[in-house]
Design a protein around this ligand. Structure first.
Ligand code: AMP
Ligand code: MG
Length: 405
């Protein structure tokens, strides 16, 4: 049984070593949010392409305002997108808008709030002027040809804007990975079906597909398999057509927990078959037919927690990018805790952002099957395996829920 941090490291090490690089496709910029860049991108021209005014005001020669107040003749008006072909001479000023090119001769922009217009053709400057003020020089942000983004970068809204700035109307991104999701258990029925008295609805298919999609891959629902060798064998083979397979249920020690056994019969090797966490202890990770395979415990909250800790870095790596760090942050504990030693506990918790930082309090929760309790939470308090007892006011780590931020 591995501590969860080591289990996560193991996943990263194995997937990094055994995976193949994803293929690429060209996609329109409007459709690449959250995708992984598959090429390096350079500036197609200087950024900015011209010396740019960053204030509305007057472009002048700073030396002319050595003695203030100083007066200038207004010789031009330059709007954003326009230009002025002339040169600003001594005692001259051009009215200029934010985003407009600063004309030759001028080396400073005086913001309009620091001027007095004496007439339509004459303006006074009341404050000292520093050469270069409110001008971004041409190429100040990047030179034409300079590399701006490397392959493997995730495209967020900032990267999207940068790609637009350098004219990438289409861009190469790595193809999204397909992750097969397979729920196992004799007792589970699809959500659209009325469960019998001792049956339960399959919630893990929904939550797992959601977690796969949030992680940036494409979920592929294989469906459900009963706790029976042949059914499992068939479904698992189907799932192995995807780039990765995530199963839920059937990995504990019960007589009908057959997932590991069936995977082994299909040639799987395992890297761990238990993790020192609650909920989620029976989680297994292996490799089968060239694919990473996760067997997550079936209790819905166990499935969610183990997915976040163990499966997300595998999806990042398969997708062609470095694993994102877990969103773990310190929080002030509102209550005392006394958990079992030897296991790290992930307690569904309500996190509140206060002026003094994050405050965390466990939600009333009846264990790893309790989705009603869990739905009050927006994160998990992480009680480390080697420190089970905590006092109110202690600083403890919490795991943010990515789906709610
Ligand atoms: P297992 O890991 O197969 O021993 O299942 C542990 C618990 O999780 C049992 O109470 C199952 O009924 C429940 N469970 C298993 N699979 C699912 C699922 N797909 N949806 C909701 N609950 C499940
Ligand atoms: Mg089961």
């Amino acid at each position: 049984m591995l501590p969860w941090q080591q289990a996560r490291e193991k996943v990263i090490e194995v997937v990094r070593a055994r995976m193949r690089r994803p293929g690429r496709e060209r996609v329109r910029l409007e459709r690449v949010l959250g995708r992984i860049l598959g090429e390096s991108v350079a500036a197609d021209r200087d950024l900015p392409a011209f010396p740019r005014s960053i204030r509305d005001g007057f472009a002048v020669r700073a030396a002319d305002a050595a003695d203030i107040p100083a007066e200038f003749d207004i010789v031009a008006e330059i709007r954003a997108g326009d230009s002025f072909e002339g040169t600003i001479g001594p005692g001259q000023a051009a009215r200029i808008m934010t985003g407009a090119p600063v004309p030759d001769g001028a080396d400073a922009v005086v913001m309009v709030e620091h001027t007095r217009e004496l007439s339509a053709r004459r303006v006074a400057v009341d404050r000292p002027v520093r050469a270069g003020q409110y001008i971004v020089p041409q190429g100040n942000e990047a030179r034409a040809g300079q590399k701006l983004l490397d392959p493997g970068r995730r495209i967020g809204f900032g990267e999207l804007a940068l790609l637009a700035e350098v004219g990438c109307a289409q861009v190469h991104v790595f193809r999204q990975r397909r992750v097969a999701v397979l729920s196992t258990g004799d007792e589970i029925v699809p959500v659209g079906q009325q469960p019998g008295p001792y049956q339960i609805r399959d919630t893990n298919s929904l939550s797992l597909c959601a977690q796969v999609a949030l992680a940036g891959a494409r979920p592929r629902l294989v469906g459900r398999a009963a706790d029976q060798e042949q059914a499992l064998d068939e479904r698992i083979r189907e799932g192995l057509a995807a780039h990765m397979l995530v199963l839920s249920g059937g990995v504990s020690k019960g007589k009908y927990d057959l997932v590991e056994q069936v995977l082994r019969s299909l040639g799987a090797e395992f890297y761990f078959d238990a993790v020192a966490i609650r909920p989620g202890r029976p989680a297994v990770f292996g490799w089968c037919a060239g694919r990473p395979v996760f067997g997550l415990p079936g209790n819905p909250v166990s499935t969610m927690v183990t997915f976040e800790l163990l499966v997300t870095p595998a999806i990042d790596l398969l997708s062609g990018t470095e694993p994102r760090p877990l969103p773990l942050v310190p929080a002030r504990l509102a209550v005392a805790l006394d958990e079992k030693e030897g296991l790290a506990h992930f307690l569904p918790a309500r996190l509140e952002w206060t002026a003094a930082g994050i405050e965390a309090r466990p939600v009333p929760w009846r264990g790893s099957g309790d989705l009603a309790g869990m739905s009050q939470s927006n994160g998990f308090i992480v009680v480390p395996a080697d420190r089970p007892r905590w006092q109110p006011g202690d600083m403890i780590e919490v795991l943010l829920r990515r789906d709610l931020l």
